[in-house]
Structure formats: C-alpha cells, structure tokens
Design a binder for this molecule. Structure first.
Ligand code: NAG
Ligand code: NAG
Ligand code: NAG
Ligand code: NAG
Ligand code: NAG
Length: 344
C-alpha cells in the first residue's frame, strides 16, 4: 500500500527543518485537507524530495530516488527498516531522533555518501560500530545527543573530514581517547555537555582543529590544566558550568585571545591563581558577551586580589553579580565579590 502522499507543491527551500514541516502540516490542516494519518509528509522541490514520517504513518519501503531529506522520528524503532537508505543515493539529511536504536550497522551510511546532516538525538546507542563514517566525507553536522554512549574509539570519527558540528551531549562518556579529534580539522562546535567526564586527555584539543564553541558543562571536571585550551586561539564561547572545578592552572586561558563568553558558574572554585585573567577581557580585549563566576565557594582573601582588580575593570560584563558571593573568610561571608572588589 502506498504510504506516501504529496501534499505540497514545490518552490520552497528543500532544506527543510522540522519547523517548516510542522508549518506545512498546519497549513494543510488549516485548509481543511485532513492529512492521511498513515502517510508521511512529502515535499517536492527542484532539488529533490523531502519526506517526514512520524507515527502513526507507515515508513515507505522504497524512497523516491531523488530523496534529499528524510526524517523518521518518534517511532521508538529499535532497528531501522531494512535497506531504508538503499534507494536514496542523493540523501543529504537524515533525522532519526526519538527512536530506540541501540546499535547501527557499520554499513548504514554507505549508500548515502552525500549525507550532510545526521541527527540521532534521543536513541539508545551505547556504541558506534567501527567504520560507520567511512563513506561520510560530506557530513558536516553529527548529532548524537541523549544516547547511552559510554566510550568512543580513537578512530570513531574517521572519515568525517568535513565535520563542523559534533554534539555528544547527554551521554555517559567518562573519558575520551586523546586522538579522537585528530581527523576532524574543520570542527567548529563541540558539545560534550552533560556527560560524566572527569578529565580530558592531554593534547585532546590540539590543532589543526579550530573551535569556536566548546560545551563542557555538566560534567565532573575537577581541574583545568594549562595545555587543554591553549591550542584553541579562536574559541569564542566556553561553557564550564556545573562541574567540580576547584583548580585552574595559571595559564589555562592564555591562548584564548578571542573569547567572548566564559561560564564557570556552579563549580568548586574557592580561589584562582594570579595571572589567570591576564589574557581575558579588559585591558587586553573585549569579552563581547560576558562571564559568569556565580555559585562558587569563593574565599575572598588576598589570594583573589588579581581577580578583584579584573572584576572591577570588567564588571559590566559580569552575569549574576548577586549570586557571586564570598563563602569565606568569616568577615566577608555573604558579601558579593564585586562589593568586596570595589571596596579594596
Ligand atoms: C537547490 O539547491 C541549491 C544548491 O544547494 C540551492 O542554492 C537552491 O536554493 C535550491 N533550490 C531550491 C528551490 O530550494
Ligand atoms: C514511544 O515511547 C514513548 C515513551 O514510552 C511513548 O509515550 C510513545 O507513545 C511511544 N511511541 C510509539 C509510536 O510507540
Ligand atoms: C545489534 O546488536 C545485536 C547484538 O549484539 C546483533 O545481533 C545485531 O546484529 C546488531 N544489529 C546491527 C544492525 O548491527
Ligand atoms: C550544580 O552542578 C551540579 C553538578 O556538579 C548539579 O548537580 C546541580 O544541579 C547544579 N546546580 C544548579 C543550580 O544548576
Ligand atoms: C540578591 O540575593 C539575595 C540573597 O541571595 C536575595 O535575598 C536578594 O533578593 C537578591 N537581590 C536581587 C536584587 O536579586
């Protein structure tokens, strides 16, 4: 039985986000055309066909040969329909979020070498098969958010030479192999938030990759070593909140000449070493967005002198001033860092 109907003429951009699909859906219903619930939404443009399936639709057994965009989401599938991608060699985007996939075949992506976007959000993947990305030299966005990944092989990203955006947030990663990013030179956005990372290996962020955005919030990092961030001279956004950072090396931020946003909130920082702030903010540069040091157990004694001077110079970029308070010593307990800094 055919489970695909065309419901909209061409003319729109084929790079459809889910929002556009939903929009099309609502337009269809607003016009009083009751959508066939067992049909996927199909949209054709000069560039090819886009197909979006959600329950209770039936996923087509054969895709049109010109399919460029496929979404099969919210089905709770534990395995993908066999040969799903075989008939769609021009596929550019594949959205498989909100299923229950727990492993993938190493050959899954071989029929679709032009794939640019792969979204596997909210599945149950605990590992990636070796060689999965062997034929994925066009892939620029890989989203593995909210799976059960515990570990990745050093060669886990091999083949992804065009990768720009990698989202591994919300997994169970405890550690990562040192060479994981060695073959993704174009990576710009790396999201490792909400994992169980206790440390990152030395040299993990070594070039040639050149990140703009790094998410490490919601892990268990205790210390920031001096060599981790140093190679990332173009980094603009750095998120380290909700960790257990107690120690930051004096040179940890030395290379960050373009940083616009720094979030260190909700850590275990009582003190920071002298010289840490020298490369950030005024007088050196301009933190365009700002910084957050709130919800740390700051001990407002002479050791923070350097930070106090820097705070006064950069206070207009400081988020949550009222939640950035001294935990000690007794004489300053409860006062905001900024009050103490300005009274010096
Ligand atoms: C078709 O794809 C090209 C190249 O990606 C793009 O520039 C163009 O806007 C697309 N055409 C339509 C109708 O969306
Ligand atoms: C998928 O699982 C969720 C959570 O158990 C449930 O609410 C939903 O109805 C399921 N969807 C389908 C299509 O079975
Ligand atoms: C998934 O894992 C199971 C058990 O390890 C295996 O039998 C099955 O073939 C795997 N499926 C794929 C698609 O690799
Ligand atoms: C602070 O971080 C811890 C993890 O270190 C987290 O469990 C907690 O929810 C965070 N608190 C807030 C208010 O976000
Ligand atoms: C600042 O924080 C204190 C206690 O943490 C609270 O009582 C007060 O209402 C806050 N003031 C503002 C302006 O948010």
């Amino acid at each position: 039985a055919p489970s695909v109907v065309a419901c909209s003429p061409g003319g729109l951009n084929p790079h459809l986000s889910r929002t556009v699909f939903l929009l099309l859906l609502s337009v269809a219903s607003a016009q009083g055309v009751p959508p066939d619930p067992t049909a996927c939404l199909v949209f054709q443009s000069v560039n090819g066909t886009s197909i979006a399936c959600e329950p209770p639709a039936k996923v087509p057994r054969r895709l049109p040969a010109d399919t460029i965009h496929l979404a099969v989401e919210f089905f709770n599938f534990t395995r993908l329909p066999a040969g799903l991608l075989r008939g769609a060699p021009r596929l550019q985007e594949l959205h498989l979020s909100s299923n229950r996939l727990h492993n993938l075949s190493a050959e899954l992506l071989q029929p679709v070498p032009g794939l640019k976007v792969l979204d596997l959000t909210r599945n149950a993947l605990s590992r990636l098969p070796p060689g999965l990305f062997q034929a994925s030299a066009a892939l620029h966005t890989l989203v593995l958010k909210e799976n059960q990944l515990r570990a990745l092989d050093a060669s886990g990203l091999h083949g992804l030479t065009a990768l720009r955006h990698l989202d591994l947030s919300g997994n169970q990663l405890r550690t990562l192999p040192a060479g994981l990013l060695a073959n993704v030179p174009d990576l710009r956005v790396l999201d490792l938030s909400d994992n169980q990372l206790e440390a990152l290996p030395s040299g993990f962020l070594r070039g040639p990759l050149c990140l703009e955005r790094l998410h490490l919030e919601g892990n268990r990092l205790c210390a920031l070593a001096e060599d981790l961030l140093a190679p990332q001279v173009d980094l603009r956004y750095l998120f380290l909140s909700d960790n257990k950072l107690a120690k930051v090396a004096p040179d940890a931020f030395r290379g960050l000449r373009r940083l616009d946003m720094l979030d260190l909130s909700n850590n275990s920082l009582a003190s920071v070493p002298k010289g840490l702030w020298a490369s950030l903010g005024r007088p050196t540069q301009n933190l365009q967005y700002g910084f957050d040091l709130s919800r740390n157990p700051w001990v407002c004694d002479g050791h923070l002198h350097d930070l106090f001077r820097w705070l006064v110079d950069n206070k207009e970029k400081m988020f949550f001033q009222n939640d950035t308070r001294c935990a000690g010593p007794e004489a300053f307990k409860g006062q905001t860092l900024l009050e103490v800094a300005e009274s010096r």
